[in-house]
Design a protein around this ligand. Sequence first.
Ligand SMILES: *Cc1c(COP(=O)(O)O)cnc(C)c1O
Length: 399
Amino acid sequence: MVDAYVVRKRGYFGQFGGQYVPETLMPALHELEAAYDEAKVDPAFQEELESYYRHYGGRPTPLYFARRLTDHIGGAQIYLKREDLCHGGAHKFNNVMGQALLARRMGKKRLIAETGAGQHGVATAMVGAVLGLPVEVYMGAADIQRQSLNVFRMRLLGATVHRVEQGSQTLKDAINEALRDWVTNVENTYYLLGSVVGPHPYPTIVRDFQSVIGREIRQQSLQRNGRLPDLLVACVGGGSNAMGTFATFLDEERVELLGAEAGGRGAGPGEHSASLTWGRVGVLHGARSYVLQDADGQVLDTHSISAGLDYPGVGPQLSALKDTKRASFVAVTDEQALEGFHALATYEGILPALEPAHAVFVAMQRAREMRRDEVIVITISGRGDKDMATVADAIGVKL
Ligand SMILES: *Cc1c(COP(=O)(O)O)cnc(C)c1O
């Protein structure tokens, strides 16, 4: 009983988190937690991860002073944490690399993953290839149709893509099928989850692997400016790049933490994906958190111009940071995100993904109100190549 209590408390951030899963999944989650607790404190594991980060992933990524954007705004100094320069073009690499090494250490012979827009599937396929682990990705039939290029990428990287025909044929159905596979094949299979969501211990594991972002920001800021930034801004889908940016700074009360959610077309139900701004506390995908749901607790449809933010839930630790007010969150509309996108393109020669373009917009707003000796760091979670068709469509250009 005492052990059960300890495990339970460890899986919570305030009232959020936990393990709301079928009994059949508990042994797999316990095995994962035990393996991760060991790996975390094993210098050999950390060295191996560090080596892949450096030699394969392109870490450390630069902390770049956006001089022209800063001059244009005329307020606080704006720095960019360039996760868009990670291998694969996004911060997702940090997490999939860590979990794939953990899977190998656990003696698992295959990786499975769920994917919505396909970005996490591609990232998992990538690390499966480099470690020689077969990858099977579950993806809704509707998503497969919408994201054919990512399906092609996964196949080129040697992964098998399973078409999920159940339900709405999107991400939540893909998650159900991946969980079914995991329960059946837990002996030889590792389930590689894509964000700081899901049942304990996933939100902790993914946060820890992504926290390399914030550790580097700290080190690079101290080296460059001799002090920490005043404000950190990151976009929030499930919340992994935001938690990765914030984690190191949670005890530094002077460093303000700000998350940019997908405000879509506005506050109406189905028009956005802003779970922290407009959601209510509920249970989704194995954890208690803020969830977009109707009065009966049915999960609502979501919308965002950026596929990576288009999710009705959010990580439990971010939910706790909202309630304690250690971090704050704003909803940024599709149109405002496009404004952020154009600003970075024209002032800095960087085409960001539409997800971090949300963060760029709020950072620009805040920079205007801040002093010139203050410092903002925006995490640019990924590059924009994947979004060219969406941007062209949004501004009425025919490619
Ligand atoms: C997947 C993705 C996101 C959203 O995921 P988080 O877990 O919220 O970080 C944000 N930006 C990019 C570039 C992505 O690929």
